[in-house]
Design a protein around this ligand. Structure first.
Ligand code: GLY
Length: 403
């Protein structure tokens, strides 16, 4: 894997000017208000702990309540990640004990290869087993995460320089498809490289992030959801949406995965162009928000009657904070990114939280899982709950990511 892997993009265009920069950079945080929202999220975790210790929340709720599922989805790590965050902020053993039971389930899942034929191993294992290893030194968790990283590396297509997102590698319909969401799966590879000293993990991640920057990010700094490469010749083929409005529109959650994933990769691969890329995506995203800063599910829409996606807003808030952390103090938009993240979290806390309800009730209402298939529309989505809590932790503490 010796091909150049520095990140450069189509002509490296400039960031769009931020239309609301003055308003955003003036935001000041109210620690007591953030602590109150955090306490409400922990109370929701407590209310759900009995249901979701030996079972997991489904990806999206039904009438606000998550059905209980086995460890079979791409989303199971988010709840375990919430348990680890709750343990970190509270020190309460009940969260650690529940998280550790789930870590055993993740070990079993990778040992028995249960639904691991996709790239979402990073989402699954960074937030469960890598978190366990970082917080408690659990060696069994480390080994399970390394096994997951090896499966992820096996999806690397050397000619195309990408990790294939979905499907068996012999499936012609999925051949050579990368997706923007994969930015959040790459930290598992970088972590595995650090732990083992094996450069192959990091080299694959370096190539993938460079290809994502080159082909998934469009010249106007919007993003394709997915992009096909020719797995044999390595040539770029075509951008396609999967969960967005159209092939040429910008799926809001994809943009949020981009805003957050490029700076997370920057933690491992110090390359300032990753921050510049994230900033370009951030300005495109921030300039297309409704007035309360909670995005519609696709950025082609900017208000009613179109559904919001609170989960994308929560991801973007974490991404903006990660971006601001990496940028120099002199960056003209840095304070606006912090202000936008804060305002997003405050709005989510004030207007988008589900009230207490039956066991299994989600945290954030008004998310969208898959609009084209009408799945999880105007419901809670478990990754939205996770990133909302992660954003609250980032805003109230110095925090070392599980990513
Ligand atoms: N990674 C899949 C999704 O965001 O729906």
């Amino acid at each position: 894997m010796s091909q150049a892997s520095s990140v450069s993009t189509a002509g490296d265009p400039a960031r769009e000017p931020l239309t609301r920069r003055d308003a955003l950079q003036g935001r000041r945080s109210d620690r007591a208000a953030l602590d109150a929202i955090l306490a409400a999220v922990l109370a929701r975790i407590d209310a759900n702990l009995a249901v979701f210790t030996d079972a997991f929340p489904a990806p999206s709720s039904v009438d606000g309540v998550y059905p209980a599922i086995d460890n079979i989805e791409w989303t199971n790590g988010f709840w375990t990640g919430m348990l680890w965050l709750a343990y970190e902020v509270s020190g309460q053993e009940r969260y650690r004990q529940a998280a550790e039971r789930q870590v055993r389930s993740f070990k079993d899942r990778v040992d028995r290869r249960i639904n691991v034929d996709h790239h979402d191993l990073g989402f699954l294992y960074s937030l469960s087993c890598v978190a366990a290893y970082k917080l408690t030194g659990d060696l069994e968790a480390r080994d399970a995460a390394l096994a997951a990283a090896r499966l992820l590396l096996a999806r690397y297509l050397p000619q195309a320089g990408i990790i294939q997102a979905w499907g068996d590698l012999s499936d012609p319909d999925q051949a050579g498809r990368m997706i923007i969401d994969c930015n959040l799966n790459l930290p598992l590879l970088y972590w595995a490289s650090q732990v083992t000293g094996d450069r192959d993990f990091a080299d694959a991640a370096d190539r993938h992030i460079a290809q994502a920057a080159r082909y998934i990010v469009r010249p106007d700094s919007s993003t394709f959801h997915t992009f096909f490469m020719d797995p044999v010749s390595g040539a770029p083929r075509v951008g396609k949406t999967h969960q967005g409005f159209s092939d040429s529109s910008c799926w809001a959650r994809g943009q949020a995965w981009g805003i957050s994933g490029f700076p997370l990769v920057h933690r491992y691969k110090a390359d300032p162009s990753l921050l510049d890329l994230s900033a370009r995506l951030a300005n495109y995203y921030l300039n297309r928000l409704p007035s309360d800063l909670i995005c519609c599910w696709d950025l082609v829409f900017t208000g009613l009657p179109h559904e919001r996606d609170s989960s994308a807003a929560a991801i973007a808030a974490c991404g903006l904070l990660e971006l601001a952390r990496g940028l120099p103090l002199s960056d003209p938009d840095r304070a606006a990114y912090e202000g936008a993240a804060l305002a997003t979290v405050e709005t989510l806390g004030a207007r988008y939280m589900l009230p207490p309800g039956a066991p299994g009730t989600g945290v954030l209402d008004h998310a969208v899982y898959h609009m084209p298939n009408r799945v999880g529309v105007d419901e809670a989505c478990i990754w939205g709950d996770y990133f909302f809590l992660e954003a609250l932790v980032r805003l109230t503490r110095v925090w070392e990511p599980y990513w």
